[in-house]
Design a protein around this ligand. Structure first.
Ligand SMILES: Nc1ncnc2c1ncn2[C@@H]1O[C@H](COP(=O)(O)OP(=O)(O)O)[C@@H](O)[C@H]1O
Ligand SMILES: [Mg+2]
Length: 256
């Protein structure tokens, strides 16, 4: 089976500090693959290198067997990378619906489809329908006319998901999707990720602090520490791993 994403001997430094020290792993089609590890382990840096936001020093990244190591970020988005950020990024002055319409139109344009004329003030009906369906799906139908800047943190996150899904990515990159959330919002976002995963059959690559979230969602986990991989496996395998236990000694993992 070809991996969706195949990473080989990936290195990245910031100045003298080695942040990624030769990572080798692959992510399979339609699995939920989680990256965990203490703060500063290099998880976000790995995300940035995978999306093309940051440049590796050396190593190879393949997407569906194709070498994308030298591709810029926007081209990776066109190849099917969708990502959310640790801090939600949406257009604050646009409404919820407008945010989603913008991304759907961008996708259709990238696919070479006609979506109406540039002087049309309203989005085409097909775009509007897709936007409404997506917002309903994510529980944002009631908020569609609200400016994004007025949303609660949880709803902002939902909008960020909607914006990402509007681009129809084949891999969702979620960097700590529940960061800064209350326990109930965490549960809601976890359910949302599970729903997206089953309904849309996407591959999910995520980092997360909350062990309950991680062990409940992922098919496989990769544990990082100081820029290295210390374990890869199913949640059960990782939980039983001695090195992982040492790194997380006394932490919430035991109660997950
Ligand atoms: N842009 C940057 N410039 C310099 N150092 C950075 C930069 N980004 C991250 N680092 C450092 O790289 C290390 C890994 O950071 P990060 O990838 O954010 O870890 P994690 O997401 O696992 O918490 C940390 O020591 C951090 O301070
Ligand atoms: Mg991080």
């Amino acid at each position: 089976m070809t991996a969706l994403l195949d990473v080989a001997d990936l290195h990245k430094s910031y100045g003298a500090m080695k942040v990624l020290k030769g990572l080798d792993f692959d992510v399979r089609e339609r699995e939920t693959f989680a990256i965990i590890g203490p703060n500063g382990a290099g998880k976000t840096t790995l995300f940035k290198v995978l999306t093309g936001e940051a440049r590796q020093d050396s190593g190879k990244i393949r997407f569906r067997g194709r070498d994308i190591t030298a591709e810029p970020a926007f081209r990776r988005v066109h190849s099917g990378f969708g990502r959310t950020f640790q801090v939600a990024r949406v257009f604050p002055e646009l409404t919820v619906e407008e945010n989603v319409v913008v991304v759907i139109e961008a996708r259709l344009r990238a696919e070479g489809k006609r979506i109406g004329r540039w002087y049309d003030l309203r989005p085409a009906a097909a775009v509007r329908d897709e936007a409404h369906a997506l917002l309903a799906d994510l529980g944002l139908a009631q908020s569609s006319t609200i400016k994004a800047k007025f949303l609660s943190h949880g709803d902002k996150k939902r909008l960020e998901f909607a914006v990402m899904l509007g681009g129809r990515p084949s891999i969702l990159m979620l960097d700590e999707p529940t960061a800064g959330m209350s326990p109930s919002e965490r549960v809601a976002i976890t359910q949302l990720i599970r729903k997206i995963k089953t309904e849309r059959e996407v591959t999910v690559l995520m980092t997360e602090h909350d062990m309950g979230v991680i062990f409940g969602l992922s098919d496989r986990l990769m544990v990082m520490n100081y820029g290295q991989i210390i374990a890869i496996g199913t949640p059960e395998e990782v939980r039983a791993n001695k090195t992982v236990r040492d790194v997380y000694l006394g932490q919430e993992m035991y109660h997950a």
